[in-house]
Design a protein around this ligand. Structure first.
Ligand SMILES: [Zn+2]
Length: 263
């Protein structure tokens, strides 16, 4: 099977916006990708001939068969949170290049200033290349909630997405990327198709659909560093670094000291 690289976008920053601009209180300015940079990145994916897949196609091993140039990952484009900019600025670019994407929407924030409205969510879902996913209801970090609270976030956001879009199959992405085996089991039990995380890495043959790795695309990425991000060797390096940090954090936690890098 061809390895799959899932890219994680958040808000798209309009041309002329001041530095540090965010569309809504939920947003972190580091995750804002400039409008022009986004166009260049999508043009790069398209011109370089990367296989561009929908998240749903991860369920179908045939679409993942290695065809064409070997060694190159297939790309799945995703957006977290549900910003209005993703509808207004990203979706026309994706449509132009025919690039499939999944928009993970925090359902409790739909219609808030800077966020997508109900009709934007429905309109995206109606286009064949786009899918709406859930991103919890309140955007609270699921791994920090009680089982009951976590299940409530999952079930309510899933039914809201189904109600607004009519989609039967809905994927979930964990707010803040915070997930663990308990969250994964609850997401599976709630009826989700898959669970996307912020753990860096490539999705491969043996990969668990309820622990899908993703790489964040940040505002500081130039076209050169975006292109480098897609190199499987760089993905493996990021995954190693992440694992080392997680282990350091765990060791520090167990020994009662505070990790320097936040773990
Ligand atoms: Zn989020």
């Amino acid at each position: 099977m061809r390895p799959v690289l899932l890219l994680m976008y958040h808000q798209i920053v309009p041309e002329g916006a001041p530095p540090g601009w965010v569309p809504a209180p939920l947003a972190d300015s580091r995750y804002g990708v400039g409008e022009r940079d986004f166009v260049r990145q999508m043009a790069h994916l398209s011109e370089e001939g990367y296989p561009l897949l929908s998240l749903d196609s991860l369920l179908d091993p045939e679409t993942l068969e290695e065809k064409g140039e070997p060694g190159r990952p297939a790309i799945v484009v995703t957006f977290d949170d549900g910003y209005e900019s993703d509808f207004k600025l990203a979706s026309p670019v994706l449509s132009k290049f025919g690039i499939p994407a999944t928009f993970f929407v925090s359902t409790g924030h739909i219609g808030a200033p800077g966020m997508m409205t109900e009709s934007m969510v429905a309109e995206l879902s109606a286009r064949p290349i786009f899918r709406i996913g859930a991103h919890g209801e309140s955007h609270r970090f699921l791994s920090e909630l009680s089982g009951e609270e976590c299940e409530g976030e999952l079930v309510r956001s899933l039914s809201r997405v189904r109600e607004l879009t009519g989609q039967k199959s809905v994927a979930m992405s964990a707010p803040g990327g915070r997930t663990d085996s308990r969250v994964a089991a609850l997401a599976r039990g709630a009826g989700f198709l898959a669970l996307a995380t912020s753990r860096p890495g490539l999705h491969e043959d043996s990969g668990d659909l309820f622990s899908l790795p993703r790489l964040p695309v940040l505002g500081r990425h130039s076209l050169g560093s975006f292109a480098a991000l897609l190199d499987p060797a760089s993905v493996a390096h990021r995954a190693d670094r992440w694992l080392r940090r997680a282990k350091q954090g765990l060791r520090a936690l167990l020994s009662g000291t505070t990790p320097k890098n936040g773990g």
